[in-house]
Design a protein around this ligand. Sequence first.
Ligand SMILES: O=C(NCCCc1ccccc1)N[C@H]1CC[C@H](OCc2c(F)cccc2F)CC1
Length: 338
Amino acid sequence: MSTDKLVPNDPRVKYESTQVNGKTYSYVLGEPTTGGESKGLVFLVHGFPDLSFGWRYQVPYLTSRGYRVVVPDQLGYGGTDAPAAAEEYTLKKLSDDVAALARKLVGDDGQIILGGHDWGGALVWRVALWHPDLLRGVFSVCTPFSASNPQFFALEDIIAAGKLTNFTYQLHFKGPEVEEKIQGEDKVKQFLNCMFGGHGANGERGFDTAKGVLFDNLDKLSKTRLLSEEELNHYVERYMAHPAPQLRGPLNWYRTQRLNWEDEKELAGRPGGVKIETPALFIAASGDEALPPSMSAGMDKYFGKLSRDEVNASHWALTQAPGEVNKSIGAWLDELDG
Ligand SMILES: O=C(NCCCc1ccccc1)N[C@H]1CC[C@H](OCc2c(F)cccc2F)CC1
């Protein structure tokens, strides 16, 4: 099998669906192409606004190195259910879904190697805290680990104090406006094109981490160079499979900050505090405007065995620097399996 990126509805992988904690999850399943026993199961978690398709450059690479690969559409996306209630999207519930799906694939005593990008990266660190026995290894692309504070600080207050201003767009995402205004095929296509880097002839942007979505620019943007027309249309088709407002599920991931803090008070109270002993890899993206590498300063103290790497790419490192990302993950896997 070629190790070229997956195309929409690629015949090289299987498309499965199953019930997980009362919800339908759909996922892509790739079998090792090396023949013989698989070296283990790699489970990949995408971010916002993405799909399992976001890992298309990594799946063939990993199956060619002897791994089985499972890539779900996360809650709210693609062929997976999109409950309307934001409470369904806490990182603890999403972690329990990852564990339940993984157990269906590797059995109650099996283990997986878990990787995430963006919100998927935030989630995999939480899975390592809630379900440490499940993991043989854990990695995140772009998203550093951030420990929960003993005291709750609302994002609104943090930003009002001039901190984390690169997260200002999240106040826009958690509010009603983006969900209300980005509905229907044309708007969803313009929004996705914008988030994946489309820009205007004079450098106009439709998204700014320090502001949010600039609605008036959305129909002025050229097509992003990060996706082919066929790939962008695949994203739109999968997002339009959900009833309006199509972004409600994906945006619900931004509406659980206080609930996540409530859940994690228990973790903060553990003897020795929060510590991830699972062998871990963090790959920073040098040009990520939402998650600059500097945000990862100080995360090492929460890990027993953390490897670090950095790729020269924007937030969309998986598709913009796939060779670098794959090489980094591959070297870490070789050491893990060494
Ligand atoms: O919003 C995200 N992606 C959409 C924007 C993508 C984009 C960026 C740049 C250009 C174009 C597009 N990603 C989230 C992922 C979770 C991150 O929060 C991590 C976290 C926790 F999980 C828990 C406690 C604190 C904490 F910071 C915050 C960014």
